[in-house]
Design a protein around this ligand. Structure first.
Ligand code: HAM
Length: 415
């Protein structure tokens, strides 16, 4: 019996992979314009890294991690996200000693044991960015502007940016108590999960999808009304800088993130096109995380984009590659000449296709059609004798006679 892939773990096949390459290339280009450098982090980390940073009372750590004990007896986890790993590397390699302001991005697979559905998988891919060492709200606005530019450069009108502030260790506990007080009288409406997290993580009820929780949290107090002066000032300034940058956003006071390390600004890029998997990218500030992980007291901010979800939004667009030239041949000698021309043209940077076996002209032309090549060159005995062959522009429909010389063919094709 054939062996299939593991549920929630996908293959990205040719045809689809070109879209992924386009998404990745766009991210690299935009992020590097904003001064970020790539960092490559491992897939496996100590389990403790995630329980300490993401938080023990989060869904991710409670029930979604791929954790196991390795052959040396170490408790390890396949990373469910990238922020903790990047900060671990930042501290471990003392990147901060050289410059506390690090601007890093990463690409790669993440692993969460979630219930797979459209837009939600067990192995999924993120493109993430993390910026350390700056507490000023200019960096919040700049990061959000960069993220918005990434989506604009992909030609996507959706998703749109929503922002919120989750306050800091000074003001959030006050809000938590106020929210708990509000929910206490409505606790029977809350779903089982939210009742369980009432003590440890009551804010989750605000963005819980269950109808009871939505009913229970109607009219709940807003974090924004509980921000301390510093957090309130930070939020107002972030909004001012977003306006200065011309970066559009709306405020979503009910946005709570599923990871514990956030402080102050949090945000999501949301779409209505992917059903319940509405967040295409998400992130926020984490001013306490670096010190929590044993590093210096430095602030940080970042986000991660869900590549599968971006690819779904780009579903209609065709990114398949077309070769620039297809060479069709008649006869063995012509086929050998075409082979010589093909490799010479490829060495010179032209993408060329040739039927390896030199089948019938009809079947070769069918392949040329399938490849949607931009130009076709047809070589037979006569053309070999003349030393020239017809080069057809498949888009324009025009045809020119060209010498069987790689440099001259290249000139014609490149224009
Ligand atoms: P997150 O909200 O857990 O944040 O994930 C970020 C994005 O990854 C989501 O908005 C979504 O697009 C995508 N994503 C998450 N889980 C899945 C899944 N199971 N299948 C498909 N896509 C998924 C973080 O991971 C934070 N590390 C972001 C961050 C960086 N915050 C600060 N810096």
């Amino acid at each position: 019996m054939a062996i299939n892939g593991v549920k929630g773990f996908n293959d990205i096949l040719p045809g689809e992979v070109e879209k992924w390459q386009h998404i990745e290339a766009t991210a690299r280009r935009v992020f590097e314009l904003y001064g970020l450098s790539e960092i490559r982090i491992p897939i496996l980390e100590s389990t403790e890294l995630f329980s300490r940073s993401i938080g023990d009372a989060t869904d991710i750590v409670e029930k979604e991690m791929y954790s196991f004990v390795d052959k040396g007896g170490n408790k390890v986890t396949m990373r469910p996200e990238g922020t903790a790993s990047v900060m671990r590397a930042f501290i471990e390699h003392k990147i901060h000693a050289k410059d506390p302001v690090a601007r890093l991005y990463y690409l790669g697979p993440m692993f969460r044991y979630e219930r797979p559905q459209k837009g939600r998988y067990r192995q999924f891919h993120q493109i993430g960015a993390e910026l350390t060492g700056v507490a000023a709200p200019t960096v919040d606005a700049h990061v959000l502007t960069m993220l918005t530019q990434f989506f604009a450069e992909l030609g996507l009108a959706e998703p749109s940016l929503q922002i919120n502030s989750l306050g800091c260790p000074a003001c959030r506990p006050v809000y938590r108590e106020a929210l708990k007080g509000f929910l206490l009288g409505r606790i029977e409406l809350l779903c089982e999960d939210c009742v369980r997290r009432y003590e440890t993580n009551p804010l989750r009820a605000l963005d819980c999808k269950s109808p009871g929780c939505q009913e229970a949290t109607k009219g709940a107090p807003s974090m924004l009304d509980y921000l301390c002066t510093d957090c309130s000032d930070h939020f107002a300034k972030t909004r001012n800088f977003l306006d200065l940058a011309g970066t559009g956003y709306s405020i979503n006071e009910r946005m709570v993130r599923g990871l514990d390390y956030y402080t102050r600004t949090t945000f999501e890029m949301v779409t209505g096109l992917l059903g319940s998997q509405s967040a295409v990218a998400a992130g926020g500030r984490y001013d306490g995380l670096i010190s929590e992980l044993g590093g210096p007291q430095l602030p940080g901010i970042g986000f991660a984009i869900g590549v599968e979800r971006v690819a779904l939004l780009l579903a209609e667009k065709d990114f398949s590659r077309r070769p620039e030239l297809f060479i069709a041949t008649m006869g063995e000698k012509a086929h050998a000449e075409a082979f010589r021309l093909m490799v010479e043209l490829q060495r010179r940077g032209l993408s060329v296709e040739l039927d390896y076996e030199g089948k019938s002209l009809k079947s070769q032309m069918r392949r040329a059609d399938k490849f949607k090549s931009r130009f076709t060159l047809i070589i037979g005995e006569d053309e070999l004798g003349r030393g020239t062959a017809p080069l057809k522009d498949m888009d324009g429909g025009t045809q020119v006679e060209v010498a069987l010389d790689a440099a001259l063919i290249l000139k014609q094709v490149k224009g």
